[in-house]
Design a protein around this ligand. Structure first.
Ligand code: FAD
Length: 494
């Protein structure tokens, strides 16, 4: 530890904040993290209900492949180590149309074979898809230093290690998932390619996601999201960092264009040499420093929900008899339509946590249903008075329960409701803007969002949040934490 007494205050103890804290300690700074909730982890969270554990986050963790620079970051922050075990999942997900099932298996050759058997007339597109997914396995997120700090040699090196990625971008980077689905004739294939991510997403990002599952670079660490966040907390504290929970921050103090510390909600002033904000970026601009510091890039994205939509979800969890359900993995299926957040829903997805026996009592499993919602649905939920909000939430739970039983009749009499949460829950819990937990959606023809992790006009203030680069998520959060410290340490020539 460098013995410096310079101090970094981190606002927010999510994955970005914990990462900033750990890298801050490794660079020799005194670090204090201030987190509004009773525990750290932010969106990477899980909670207990009626003897079950509900896991809110990791469907896949990019950067699990040994030898990649992102894996090194996850190991440095204590999220993974060489002994980490991963969930035993053999597929990405399954789409059902009627009783027909199509699966994107972890083994791409099995996927190809099954899709070709299902729809020989889509043979050319199927083969092309699998070939390009294999190309996309090369895609690696830069985790050494921020992209704006990369020099020509870094780009040459990156280009050489991802020689096939330009082909993927050329073929799938200018269409969205809806457009990709339209290339296929079989209805089950159309459903398969529009089920997992919002239809607006640029298709190449879907290929990269599936590629990370295939290549072992997108596993689920055993124990789930909360356990991973707790390992990072442990690492931070073992390094001597101080974590203050139940400590909401009201303001970041700025004097003469320089961040000088924070004021907590209970009106304490904490001085610091550097402040790193890892909270939702709208919380930063609107509440902690003032929107006058929001530059044009942020303004244009936040100001245009059509061009830069955000997504969130309504979710419900149930405890079910394992044998009564009998399924595995994530399954999408058609259902009679119902309304959730004012949106008409006629397909839902259910994820089974059978791979984590510790998440439910013996013989039981947790099933979680995820219903996509967007900015508009956030406003719907937000606009409801408390009683009406609860009533409509109950309505959604009932509709989901009925549809699960219709699809999987064995569940009848073997389901117990655990919990239901909405975009407003994410807002309340993490101050998440419109309930979003990923960054701006990259739509076809729209430049993918990327910001530099600094605030124009304020020295010594850095941003370590998943928001700074689309599509956001855990890898962006963890590297944003590292990069914030990289900038501070670089400035001080450490
Ligand atoms: C259902 C779901 C599924 C997901 N699946 C995946 C997945 O499979 N893979 C993946 O990579 N990502 C996934 N994500 C996204 C991922 O969880 C987030 O992108 C990531 O955790 C965000 O980290 P962060 O540190 O940037 O922000 P956050 O987690 O939001 O952390 C910010 C922290 O700041 C705190 N805070 C806010 N305001 C204040 C304040 N004023 N004072 C003090 N503290 C404050 C919050 O309480 C929070 O703890 C998923 C998220 C959800 C909800």
């Amino acid at each position: 530890m460098g013995g410096s007494n310079k101090k970094i205050v981190v606002v927010g103890g999510g994955i970005g904040g914990l990462s900033a804290g750990i890298y801050g300690r490794l660079a020799g700074y005194d670090v204090e993290i201030y987190e509004k909730n009773p525990r750290a982890g932010g969106q990477c969270m899980g909670w207990d209900r009626r003897g079950c554990h509900i896991d809110n986050c990791i469907h896949w963790l990019t950067g699990t492949k040994k030898g990649t620079s992102l894996r090194k970051v996850w190991e440095t922050v204590g999220a993974l180590d060489e002994h980490t075990e991963f969930a035993d999942c053999d597929s990405f997900y399954t789409s059902m149309v009627g009783d027909l099932r199509v699966t994107l298996w972890k083994d791409p050759d099995r996927t190809e074979k099954e899709l070709l058997e299902l729809s020989p007339e889509d043979g050319t597109e199927i083969k092309k898809f699998i070939q390009y997914v294999k190309y996309a396995m090369e895609c690696e997120m830069p985790a050494e230093k921020p992209m704006d700090a990369m020099g020509i040699m870094d780009y040459i090196h990156m280009g050489a290690s991802m020689a096939n990625m330009p082909k993927v971008i050329k073929e799938y980077g200018s269409i969205d998932l809806q457009g990709m689905a339209e290339r296929f004739k079989h209805p089950a294939l159309k459903a398969l390619f529009t089920d997992y991510l919002p239809k607006d997403y640029v298709a190449s990002s879907f290929l990269v996601s599936y590629a990370s599952i295939i290549s072992g670079n997108g596993e689920i660490p055993k124990g789930g999201s909360l356990a991973m966040a707790n390992r990072m907390v442990k690492r931070f504290q073992e390094l001597g960092g101080k974590l203050y929970c139940n400590a909401p921050v009201a303001r970041i103090l700025i004097k003469n264009g320089r961040a000088t510390g924070i004021e907590t909600a209970d009106r304490r002033t904490i001085w610091a040499d550097y402040v790193i904000s890892s909270v939702d970026t709208m919380e930063l601009f609107a509440n902690l420093i003032g929107k006058e510091y929001m530059d044009g890039k942020w303004k244009s994205c936040y100001g245009d929900m059509q061009k830069y939509p955000l997504f969130t979800s309504v979710q419900a969890a149930f405890m079910v008899g394992q044998e009564a359900y009998g399924g595995r993995g994530t399954v999408f299926f058609d259902c009679p339509s119902f309304e959730a957040g004012g949106r008409n829903i006629d397909r839902i997805s259910v994820k089974s946590f059978e791979y984590e026996p510790g998440f439910a009592p013996a013989g039981k499993t947790v099933l979680q249903v995820n219903i996509p919602q967007f900015d508009k649905e956030y406003f719907y939920w937000k606009g409801l008075a408390r009683e009406e909000y609860e009533r409509r939430k109950d309505g959604v739970v009932k509709a989901i329960e009925e549809r699960l039983v219709m699809r999987f009749p064995g569940l009848k009499g073997h389901m117990e409701f655990l919990d239901c949460w909405t975009p407003v829950t994410y807002e309340r819990y993490c101050n998440a803007y419109h309930g979003a937990y990923m960054s701006f959606i990259t739509r076809k023809g729209v430049k993918s969002f990327r910001a530099r992790g600094i605030v124009k006009g304020v020295k010594n203030l850095y941003i370590a949040s998943q928001w700074i680069m689309a599509p956001g998520g855990l890898p962006v959060a963890v590297t944003a934490g590292k990069f914030a410290v990289w900038r501070i340490a670089g400035k001080e020539k450490r």
